[in-house]
Design a protein around this ligand. Sequence first.
Ligand SMILES: [Zn+2]
Length: 258
Amino acid sequence: MSLPNNDISMRKLKLFLFLILISILKLSAADSPAGPIRILVITGGHDYQKEQFNQMLAALGENITYQIAELPAAYDMFLSQSRDRYDVLVFYHMWQDITDEQKKVFSECIANGKPLVVLHHSICAYDNWPEYINIIGGKYFHKPTVLNGKEYPACSYIHDVNFKVKIADKGHPVTAGLNDFEIFDETYKGYYVDPGVTTLLSTDEQSSTPVIGWTKMYGKARVVTLQSGHDVPTFGNPNFRKLLKQSIEWVYNSGKSN
Ligand SMILES: [Zn+2]
């Protein structure tokens, strides 16, 4: 009878299979995100249709969960001890007031790698904080403004415009699977766009600035800015929803594989 030896061989085999199983589990854990992408939506300083906006957020799918924080209380969410509660910032605010300390914490939060998606009237926030232009890559001017030695006239807006959004960069993950589409939204004309951004979306609509979607880096963080997003027709536009979802997913991967 050679049972003892067989027992040892069997134990070795079981240990070997166990170690392989552990390796496979570790590999798959590294390849997939730990859970859904937790977005923190910052609002304040501008009204919006909350119910339909939240429906749009809820429709982003199981891989994205959301929480809303309103300024000025939302400034606490930029503090280092709050940043691990969410993965991606989404701006849908038009806040103006900010202290020097808040500016420091706010810009550090993003520069240190907290990714950001900027929507619509957040292009119009912080009229008196030039660094905000570097963070989001653009600025709507409420009044004539001098920037980098050049004078820009006040911008203008028109509600309820039906116009065509052109996909300017078809090879980008944010625009993947999208073709040029129609949108019914508010346009902004004359806003500043940093020449260093990568243009994702454009339009020939005369009441709009030609560049209406772009991406840039701010420190370690990816930033995507989309001009669209005034109200219900856009919240329900399947192309806009796809853009928003893919923007969130892409900025989330800042510093990761692509
Ligand atoms: Zn608007």
